[in-house]
Ligand binder design. Sequence first.
Ligand code: MF3
Ligand code: CO
Ligand code: CO
Length: 267
Amino acid sequence: MDKQGGESRRIILHDPADFEGMRRAGRLAAECLDMIAAHVRPGVSTGELDRILHEFMLAHDAVPATLGYRGYTKSSCISINHVVCHGIPGERVLAEGDILNIDVTPLLDGWYGDTSRMFVAGEPSTKARLLMDVTYEAMMRGIAAAKPGNTFGDIGHAIQSYAERHRFSIVRDFCGHGIGRTFHAPPNVLHFGRPGEGPELKPGMFFTIEPMVNAGRAEVKILDDGWTAVTRDRSLSAQFEHMVGITETGCEIFTLSPAGLHKPPYA
Ligand code: MF3
Ligand code: CO
Ligand code: CO
């Protein structure tokens, strides 16, 4: 990492042509999740879901940005139940009642798409449904705070205060990020914070908002595979992720579901 405050820490302000590139990458990312929804059911393996996503991205002239990223070898991240994020697709077969986050990152014409949603194999428990609903609403409240004149602290505060009001906890170890022609760019977008803190939001900023919310305590640990993050107390965790671009009046969400599959249930 370069020196904080140095040239490379500056937050890029994108122009209208950049918005168009990002719109296309974001739409394809959302379409990946729309497509995979019909495949999520008890009995399917996460490796099979990953293979389907891989083929879909290639068929749409995109490359999965996670392939080969810092040694990661899959085309998606699939995080089940107490897995917080960066679950590696493989042999694991979905069971009735599992909740899972699927996170996809197609690279299309030089622009990175990045979005995730929760899915359910069969029917979730009442607690799991509430956790997913609160996480989705927390993300949307963060997005509502994403407008010129506000700061990144306003976004984090909106997310944290909503989740904690429901006695859930916000994961501190992972954050959203600037995005565009780079996968992970400045700034770090924290999902907690205080109003008025942090950099001011300006038109042309592109970044993700991707809160991870735990039903129990906030602490996480990384498994021996070097990627899989789980809740230390093995409580359920949920996450949603959108990419936004700040406009003159608010923000544009680049990763809205064209099929209207915003949160479970999708059927
Ligand atoms: N998609 C994740 C994000 O939202 C990044 C995954 S990187 C991987 O930033 F290597 F774990 F796949
Ligand atoms: Co992201
Ligand atoms: Co992501």
